[in-house]
Write a new protein. Structure first.
Ligand SMILES: Cc1cc2nc3c(=O)[nH]c(=O)nc-3n(C[C@H](O)[C@H](O)[C@H](O)COP(=O)(O)O)c2cc1C
Length: 292
């Protein structure tokens, strides 16, 4: 019997973007890690009616309790609803019909949308890792807002995918190339995998608004503004920044920390500075938390 390569080397090959045609790589999906899910995840829009098992929902809730936020100081509320409860309380356009809906609400504070995207994308990677299909739903609005509820941000639908919730190679993702997203040269080879992870992140209408400038081992993250400024579109694109940073965070094994800096490389005029992804050190965490 052929032996599988060690998980880490297989993951590296996927990150380099080489298409795997050897069927024995299929078996890797049985051993999927969260990092593999960065490449494997795709939006699932058709689901079976069957709900997930109680145990799967319980494990998901436990995972949500352990998620690393972008801003620990921003209060967020995550509610998992059945399709019936979701339909009763939320209006949707072109929404996929799944068994479960995860509704994210948050206090409105600087970075609230990026924070929601950062948290939501980590949930999506968890779902893909566990062979559960999911899709962001930006075209949702609450029917009635009751007093005391946090402002609504976005919904993720999830459940048993009608077909595979995974793609087998990064080539299958319809994404811009790295040189279209990174302004200037990539300053350090160790950044390639992280930038590729950001590149593969989902975005509203696949608009891919996130841009990067690198210096040494730092990644400066920018958002390209839409040609026509519509509030809802800009809000979605701030969430997109969060999904890209979540992919970078997971690809770095949690070793990147995202901070707002006063000094950053000047971006092109249509880009707005968002965050800097720095390499993790204990001192930075202490500084970051004291600033919040
Ligand atoms: C913030 C956000 C909002 C989105 N809203 C919707 C939506 O309302 N309906 C939908 O079908 N897909 C939605 N998507 C999914 C994107 O269309 C999808 O990520 C993109 O086309 C890339 O495809 P992929 O996720 O399969 O790689 C959204 C994605 C993000 C990040």
């Amino acid at each position: 019997m052929r032996r599988l390569p060690p998980k880490s080397s297989a993951c590296k090959t996927f990150f380099r973007g080489e298409r795997q045609t050897d069927p024995y790589y299929d078996r890797l999906w049985f051993f999927m890690t969260r990092k593999d899910a960065i490449i494997a995840r795709r939006s699932v829009r058709t689901y079976t009616e069957e709900p997930l098992k109680d145990n799967q929902l319980l494990e998901l809730r436990k995972f949500i309790g352990t998620i690393h936020p972008l801003h620990a100081s921003i209060k967020i509320n995550i509610n998992i609803l059945s399709r019936a409860d979701f339909a009763k309380n939320y209006r949707t356009t072109f929404s996929a019909k799944a068994a479960h809906y995860l509704v994210i609400r948050s206090v409105k504070k600087e970075g609230w949308l990026e924070n929601a995207g950062f948290i939501g994308q980590q949930i999506m990677l968890y779902l893909t890792e566990h062979d559960i299909g999911s899709c962001w739903l930006g075209m949702v609005s609450p029917k009635n807002e009751s007093a005391g509820q946090l402002p609504y941000v976005i919904t993720i639908c999830f459940g048993r995918a009608d077909n595979s919730p995974m793609r087998r190679s990064p080539d299958e993702a319809n994404r811009k190339l790295l040189h279209e997203l990174v302004i200037g040269k990539i300053s350090h080879p160790s950044l390639l995998d992280l930038l590729n992870a950001g590149r593969l992140a989902p975005s509203s209408m696949n608009s891919q608004p996130v841009r990067y400038i690198t210096e040494s081992t730092n990644i400066y993250v920018y958002r390209k503004r839409p040609l026509i400024s519509i509030n809802k579109l800009e809000d979605m694109q701030c969430i997109d920044v969060g999904t890209a940073m979540a992919n970078i965070f997971v690809a770095s094994d949690g070793k990147r920390i995202f901070v707002k800096e006063k000094n950053y490389p000047t971006p092109p005029s249509n880009c707005i500075y968002e965050y800097t992804a720095l390499e993790y050190s204990e001192d930075m965490v202490a500084d970051h938390e004291s600033e919040e």
